[in-house]
Design a protein around this ligand. Structure first.
Ligand SMILES: [Zn+2]
Length: 394
């Protein structure tokens, strides 16, 4: 089988004579009739679905000068058929036929036919990157399987590295994709994933874009593509890690994979008593797993001055404790002729004497858990669901 990488064909070449069958919902031919866009084994056109965001994204990419990825054609004599790229080509063709509009810089819908001549020209002369192959059917099918195979599928960062390849990616990979980097041992305490699959680079990029205007990682990579270094990215990442280390010097596996970039942005200007934080963390980590269900939440709970209690997913009382408390409280309430929810009983409303069923009541800490109240029968009361929700804190 013979494969050829072609970069001589443009959007305009491929969209010449583009035919779209709206009854069947598919792109039929392009490249002046030489290209069959949707061979039988291809999926139908999907990019116009769900509001058409994907077809607009393809057109946007071309207009912004971003690559739309490799296209694969199978050569049959002097004709070709699309092996991979049918959705993208159909998007481009439909746009040149004014079948949908994209937003211009002011956010107004703009059809191809209404674009200024120079912009139309620029769109049509954008080169595409196309692999063509020539061979017998079994070879072609094997090749098609290979380009679609799950095991070889690249993750988003690997694709981005290919699309935005240049000095910035080279420099960034030296820092973040280097499995022999001496810094890796420290970083692994905070970042999850595989350094060779670009997970650390991805995390560094996500942190820095979130600290700025929260654009896509791809936008950042495109803007910095020709930078000679990745110093800004490295500096920011190191600042986050240094802050995390200084704030929580005791390494625990629960700290790995937290959103440290966001935590840094939210909390790094506050001053903490690190020794106190460490003591509080020790105490919380020593709590039973049944009580604090999400120990990973301890970090932000402490950073938030213990206001974000819900992060801990504290589980309160066992069913057995709840049942015993309910029975005792209900017995007493009946004897005194008042509601078994103490908050209902203390009010003058229609529920002041209501005996709630057990399923309509929740267990509650008499002294809030966040104020040191324990999760034991002695500190348990049952409240009707309404009052329990009203009480809110734990
Ligand atoms: Zn109540």
């Amino acid at each position: 089988m013979k494969t050829t990488l072609r970069t001589d064909l443009t959007v305009g070449d491929i969209c010449t004579g583009f035919e779209y069958d709206s009854a069947e919902g598919k792109g039929l031919y392009g490249w002046g009739g030489k290209l069959t866009i949707q061979p039988e084994y291809q999926r139908h056109y999907l990019y116009a679905e769900q509001g058409g965001g994907r077809e607009r994204a393809v057109v946007d990419s071309i207009m912004r000068g971003y690559p739309i990825g490799l296209l694969y054609f199978n050569q049959l004599g002097d004709k070709f058929e699309v092996l991979d790229g049918q959705q993208r080509i159909t998007s481009l063709g439909r746009f040149t036929k004014d079948l949908f509009a994209v937003d211009d810089a002011q956010g107004n819908p703009q059809y191809f036919g209404s674009m200024p001549t120079a912009e139309r020209e620029q769109f049509l002369t954008t080169p595409l990157t196309i692999y063509t192959c020539e061979g017998i059917e079994s070879e072609i099918k094997a090749w098609y399987r290979t380009i679609n195979i799950k095991g070889l599928e690249l993750n988003q960062q690997e694709i981005d590295n290919a699309i935005y390849s240049g000095p910035f990616v080279t420099a960034a990979k030296k820092i973040f994709s280097n499995s022999t980097s001496p810094k890796l041992n420290l970083w692994k305490n905070f970042v999850k994933g595989n350094v060779k699959r670009q997970d650390f680079l991805r995390e560094a990029l996500e942190w820095i874009v979130k600290s700025k205007d929260d654009k896509a990682v791809e936008t950042y990579m495109s803007q910095h593509r020709w930078d000679a270094t990745a110093d800004d990215l490295e500096d920011y990442f190191e600042a986050v890690i240094a802050w995390a280390c200084a704030t929580f010097p005791n390494v625990r596996e629960e700290m790995c994979g937290l959103e440290w970039g966001r935590l840094y942005e939210t909390y790094h200007t506050k001053t903490y008593d690190v020794a106190k934080l460490a003591a509080e963390a020790d105490e919380l980590f020593a709590e039973d797993d049944d009580i604090i269900k999400d120990k990973r939440g301890i970090y932000e709970y402490l950073l938030s001055d213990k206001t974000l209690t819900k992060l801990l997913h504290v589980r309160y009382f066992s069913e057995a404790v709840k049942r015993t408390t309910y029975d005792k409280q209900t017995q007493e309430a009946r004897a005194e002729g008042k509601s078994n929810c103490p908050l209902c009983a203390s009010g003058k409303g229609p529920n002041a004497k209501k005996i709630w069923e057990r399923k309509d009541m929740d267990a509650d800490h008499v002294t809030a858990w966040s104020k040191g109240g324990s999760t034991t029968a002695a500190n348990c009361q049952v409240l009707c669901k309404f009052h329990n929700r009203l009480k809110g804190n734990i």
